[in-house]
Design a protein around this ligand. Structure first.
Ligand code: ADP
Ligand code: MG
Length: 451
């Protein structure tokens, strides 16, 4: 079975592994495993979810500007809707016109300097350009540092990743025996959390392993030989690795569920419960999302111990997103789209389509019309998905056409517009789709095509 060996050193100087991780000076672990080829859910498939609620505000402050305000709130019950089309929900004029023009400045109670965290970590945070904590960071970091279970609900793009990573990195810095497991619904999101982790841990000699579905498992198994305190991945693959004896869940003391409601929608409920049951007690559990469904509340009640609940939302959607509809009845949708995209204001655009086939079709048509676009959906191979995200991030393609696989958590800087070419299935999907713009103190626009 799994066995930590601290002595043997396994140097892969300057060599990058699959996750692009430099693995120069870390110590290795040895293990054996019962190789079998059980498959795992790779995070591509999903079914639909439902409801959320929120109140109070969220935002960035300090040098990056802030946002907040608004007053819409709201329960939406637990209904499943085949297509969500409440037009009033798609219109929400933002009063934020410029990045530095903010409706409300939030003054955090803590600064990164005043927080009781390791000085080296503070330096890395400053090196990342973070001047002050966002509201969700300000409110949740002290409780996580105190070891509490926590449910953190805040709008899209308000820094939830750092809200859990920073105190947990500090936990490991204080005690190198601490092991943290982080679950995310999609490959892309797990990789993004891992990238963020690497920025914060530069030079700290704390390592992570990113293990996601859809990638060759044997390569991932090899990664587990190397010293690590964080494992970040999709639930199905992590469960698979535990069952193969590669991950010893009994070594872990902290579990994070990012975008927990999405993981439930995607059918990961049993895998999530398995992980939370197997991790030894006592442990620290953290749930983060922009939306909570009743099913998530049930799990929270079952698995979290006296959790601190932090909800920092005045409204469902971020105030930094200007939302409107485009009436397409009797018009050719593709030519309406083309007319929008030739406007120079549409600098970096994500277009959401309902089906994989539909997404491919939009992509093909846009290419014929001379647009630089790229498509992503669950039928694409991991390499193609990575390539699509990278080309869009690096501005090689200015248009990304996607199914809801790209709606959750992805943090791509400077997306100017999100266009719902096809309606989302639920209001939660809508919130997460449009949340790809108007992030980190920037403003963005969301347009929804309606008949
Ligand atoms: P969420 O999970 O809430 O959708 P992310 O964690 O992806 O948001 O963060 C959104 C963006 O904000 C990221 O680019 C991140 O680097 C940036 N960010 C997070 N915290 C801060 C901060 N305190 N100051 C400045 N930028 C931040
Ligand atoms: Mg997130």
């Amino acid at each position: 079975m799994f066995n930590k060996t601290n002595g043997r050193s396994f140097s892969r100087d300057g060599q990058k592994d699959s996750g692009g991780r430099k693995t120069d000076d870390r110590r290795s672990k040895s293990f054996s495993n019962g190789h079998n080829n059980s498959s795992s859910n790779n995070g591509d498939n999903y079914s639909r979810g439902r409801s959320s609620s929120g109140n109070r505000s969220s935002g960035f402050s300090g040098s990056r500007g802030g946002f907040g305000g608004g007053n819409r709130g709201g329960g939406r019950g637990g209904r499943k809707m085949s297509v969500f089309n409440d037009i009033s929900k798609f219109i929400n004029k933002s009063n934020v016109k410029e990045i530095n023009e903010v409706p409300e400045i939030y003054i955090p109670e803590n600064t990164f300097t005043s927080l009781n965290i390791d000085e080296r970590l503070k330096k890395n945070i400053l090196d990342c350009g973070y001047a002050n904590p966002t509201l969700i960071q300000d409110k949740s970091i002290p409780s996580i540092l105190a070891g509490r279970d926590l449910v953190g609900i805040a709008n899209t793009g308000t820094g939830k990743t750092a809200a859990f990573l920073l105190p947990l990195i500090n936990k490991v810095l204080k005690n190198k025996k601490e092991m943290v497991i982080i679950l995310a619904p999609t490959r892309e999101l797990a990789v993004q959390i891992d990238d963020e982790f690497k920025k914060f841990t530069k030079g700290l000699k704390i390592w992570s392993i990113c293990a996601v579905g859809g990638m060759p498992i044997f390569k991932q198994i090899k990664d587990f030989r190397y010293d690590h305190n964080f494992v970040i991945g999709t639930p199905g693959r992590l469960k698979d690795l535990i069952e193969r004896g590669v991950i010893n869940i009994k070594e872990f003391s902290t579990i994070v569920l990012d975008e927990s409601d999405r993981m439930l929608d995607m059918g990961f409920v049993d895998d999530m419960k398995f992980l939370m049951r197997e991790i030894p007690k006592p442990h620290q559990t953290l749930f983060f999302s922009a939306t909570v469904s009743p099913a998530v509340s049930t799990i929270i009640k079952e698995f979290l111990v006296d959790p601190v609940s932090i909800q920092v939302k005045t409204r469902d959607t971020a105030a930094s997103i200007d939302q409107d509809v485009v009436h397409v009845k009797g018009k050719e949708k593709m030519s309406v789209l083309h007319d929008l995209l030739i406007d120079p204001d549409f600098e970096k655009v994500i277009i959401f389509g309902k089906t994989k086939l539909g997404v491919d079709k939009i992509h093909k048509n846009l290419q014929i019309l001379g647009h630089k676009s790229i498509a992503i959906h669950g039928d694409k191979r991991p390499r193609e998905r990575n390539f699509a995200i990278k080309s869009f991030k690096d501005n090689h393609a200015k248009i990304l056409i996607a199914t809801d696989v790209a709606a959750r958590g992805l943090d791509i800087p400077n997306v100017s517009h999100v266009i719902n070419y096809d309606l989302p299935s639920t209001y939660e999907d809508y919130i997460h789709r449009i949340g790809r713009t108007g992030r980190a103190g920037k403003v963005g626009k969301a347009l929804t095509f309606i008949d």
